[in-house]
Design a protein around this ligand. Structure first.
Ligand code: SF4
Ligand code: SF4
Length: 197
């Protein structure tokens, strides 16, 4: 029987643990922010008296001899831990819990689109791909009904529409140089790198 996506009891993993992407060389990524979301997230942080670190994530455009893109098309909200984990909006000290028992998000009703879409990461006409790092996906990914993921997929569509217009462009990716201790010496320096198509 197909089921609806629901968070696993007491899990907050996707708000805590950040992944190395596209490889460990680039360091851990933060929460994806579209350019139009950045200002609102900064305002919310100010209202909650939270310090944020926001790095660029993806850029486009190249001039001969340039060291980076001419235009940033995505940013990322970095974790508060030295190893890149823990979203700054995750309320780990408060007593409030989300309905499924996990730590609560201080900006839940205004959270970024990437948080609304998760764990859906790709879709085609027939199926939806869920992130294997999500605890729900590990257990149930083959039993999830696409029609039961309406909210996640509408957020994912809005993100994809934003990037589709840049499909033919040269893409730059920002290396964060943030990660767990054993990897730190191996990571690329922080900064922009041209992506191979
Ligand atoms: S989306 Fe997945 S990883 Fe995130 S809290 Fe829910 S079950 Fe856990
Ligand atoms: S903004 Fe909220 S939902 Fe998104 S990662 Fe942070 S705590 Fe989690």
């Amino acid at each position: 029987m197909l089921r609806e996506f629901r968070c696993i009891q007491d899990c907050s993993d996707c708000c805590i643990y950040r992944q190395y992407y596209p490889s460990v060389d680039y360091g851990k990524i933060g929460v994806l922010l579209l350019p139009e979301e950045k200002k609102e997230i900064e305002n919310l942080a100010q209202a909650h008296k939270i310090n944020l670190t926001i790095f660029p994530r993806l850029g486009i455009g190249v001039n001969k001899g340039s060291n980076g893109p001419s235009h940033v098309i995505a940013y990322q909200l970095m974790g508060t831990n030295i190893n890149g984990d823990y979203c700054p909006f995750l309320d780990i000290k408060g007593s409030n819990r989300s309905p499924h028992g996990g730590f609560s998000c201080m900006i839940y009703n205004r959270r970024p689109l990437s948080c609304r879409a998760y764990p859906a990461i790709k879709e085609n006409k027939m199926e939806v791909e869920l992130d294997n790092n999500c605890r729900f996906s590990c257990r149930h990914s083959n039993q999830v009904g696409k029609s039961l993921l309406d909210n996640e997929l509408s957020a994912l569509t809005r993100i994809s529409n934003n990037f589709e217009r840049f499909a033919e462009q040269v893409i730059w990716r920002y290396a964060t140089h943030i990660g767990d201790q054993p990897f730190m010496k191996l990571l690329l320096p922080r900064g922009w790198y041209l992506q191979d198509k």
